[in-house]
Design a protein around this ligand. Structure first.
Ligand SMILES: *[C@@H]1O[C@H](CO)[C@@H](O)[C@H](O)[C@H]1NC(C)=O
Ligand SMILES: *[C@@H]1O[C@H](CO)[C@@H](O)[C@H](O)[C@H]1NC(C)=O
Ligand SMILES: [Fe+2]
Length: 211
């Protein structure tokens, strides 16, 4: 290769590399911040389900199917956060340590159970259907998660939208549908202990409203 040709070649590759790394490969700052907020929300959901899972495990409730369901969900949410952290690294954006996981009780529609489970209230304040309220709290949280994911997917970065749509949105819809089915079943059960136990056994066996 002659010298002029070599210089042209180098220029060509340098230009490609430059536009690749600066113009599109690195995720822009507003979108990076949205993804970081999403990571916090996923971690918040993970802690929420972990706490609820162990509450159902306690002798206070002794509903081990619900305990298993919430504990499994907690691990799922942590995986969602991890996947987003890996994604930020793939887009050359610093993950940053989580300085805080925001409180979730104040944001919920039905706060009583959340306040009790996280230690802010005594049991005498509770006069509610606990399994039903736990499921309604989860629906509330998952709908917020869905809204935030939609905002990220609606952003200007085609590859990020693709990632969120494929890896998150479908699964989000499925888990909200599943929770809404439990809400209907628990509403009809209307606090009957035998009814709750029956659903609890289904959850224990993993037969969760699947065809
Ligand atoms: C405790 O409950 C009160 C109201 O009942 C609420 O204002 C406060 O934010 C709660 N604190 C925590 C830590 O959840
Ligand atoms: C639900 O239970 C409450 C009290 O436990 C009772 O008053 C009410 O009639 C029940 N509702 C239905 C639809 O069975
Ligand atoms: Fe999630």
């Amino acid at each position: 290769m002659g010298k002029p040709k070599f210089i042209l070649f180098s220029l060509f590759f340098a230009t490609c590399f430059y536009s690749f790394t600066l113009a599109s490969y690195n995720l822009d700052t507003p979108l990076s911040n949205m993804v970081r907020d999403q990571i916090k929300l996923e971690m918040q959901a993970s802690l929420f389900y972990q706490t609820y899972g162990h509450y159902f495990e306690s002798s206070d409730q002794a509903l081990h199917g619900f305990a298993k369901y919430f504990t499994d969900q907690s691990l799922e949410e942590k995986k969602h956060a991890d996947k987003l952290m890996t994604y930020l690294n793939q887009r050359n954006v610093q993950v940053k340590t989580l300085s805080e996981v925001p409180e979730f009780c104040p944001k919920l529609k039905f706060k009583k159970l959340c306040n009790f489970i996280t230690g802010n209230k005594t049991k005498s304040d509770l006069n509610i259907d606990i399994p039903l309220t736990a499921v309604q709290n989860a629906i509330d949280l998952e709908e917020k998660v869905f809204d935030e994911l939609e905002k990220i997917a609606d952003g200007s970065d085609a590859q990020l939208s693709h990632f969120i749509e494929h890896e998150y949105l479908d699964e989000q819809i499925e888990s909200i549908k599943e929770l809404k089915d439990y809400e209907t079943q628990l509403t009809k059960i209307n606090g009957s202990y035998i009814g709750v136990l029956l659903l609890d056994r289904w959850l224990m066996e993993g037969k969760q409203n699947k065809l």
